[in-house]
Design a binder for this molecule. Structure first.
Ligand SMILES: Nc1ccn([C@@H]2O[C@H](COP(=O)(O)O)[C@@H](O)[C@H]2O)c(=O)n1
Ligand SMILES: C[C@@]1(CO)OP(=O)(O)OP(=O)(O)OC[C@H]1O
Length: 162
């Protein structure tokens, strides 16, 4: 059982290999013009996978693979918003809620800057936060990993129960 401190920090990370002919979805937002998409058991949303792992890790609740095994046929093509919803339920059930989120996406192409506000709003909506509480940064790998998407997310969890 986690101690009832006022704030707890969570961190999550995810990566997916990219291939031609697949969709790319990040933070619940389809990326238009992506030549490569995520190879995954689910919809391959690396942002939402890292968000969910960050939520779980803040309360030492394990990781999404324990709740949604990639060997289970029932999770094939899974909408990753459901993963975040489940992680959020677990966090809330322990008396915490997200306060703010900081996320980084490393992807060479396409440029994601035009989607920054949409991705922030989408993640915020899932977590019941204002868009201003979700910071979104983009990096390239400088050509080191052109067929790869990498995400890192920190979340601050605040205690909701006295
Ligand atoms: N897929 C991406 C990657 C990066 N950006 C933006 O480009 C700028 C420079 O990125 P570096 O990795 O070269 O430091 C930075 O402002 C990123 O926001 C992007 O829009 N989409
Ligand atoms: C989401 C799950 C389950 O569908 O599979 P993937 O989409 O492959 O994603 P990954 O981040 O590799 O692991 C988590 C799995 O539980």
């Amino acid at each position: 059982m986690s101690s009832a401190v006022p704030y707890r920090v969570g961190f999550g990370e995810d990566a997916h290999r990219l291939e031609a002919g697949l969709p790319l979805v990040l933070g619940g937002v389809p990326v238009p013009g992506a030549e490569l998409g995520a190879v995954a058991h689910s919809d391959g949303d690396a942002v939402l996978h890292a968000v969910a792992d960050a939520l779980l890790s803040g309360l030492a609740l394990g990781d999404i693979g324990q709740y949604f095994p990639d060997t289970a046929a029932e999770w094939k093509g899974l909408d990753s918003r459901l993963i975040v919803q489940r992680a959020l339920e677990l966090v809330r059930g322990r008396g915490y809620a997200p306060v703010n989120v900081a996320l980084v996406v490393t992807l060479d192409r396409p440029k994601l800057g035009p989607l920054r506000a949409e991705i922030a709003a989408s993640v915020a909506q899932l977590l019941d936060l204002p868009g201003s509480e979700v910071g979104v940064s983009f990096k390239t790998s400088e050509g080191l990993a052109p067929a790869h998407v990498q995400t890192r997310v920190t979340v601050l969890l605040g205690r909701t129960e006295k």
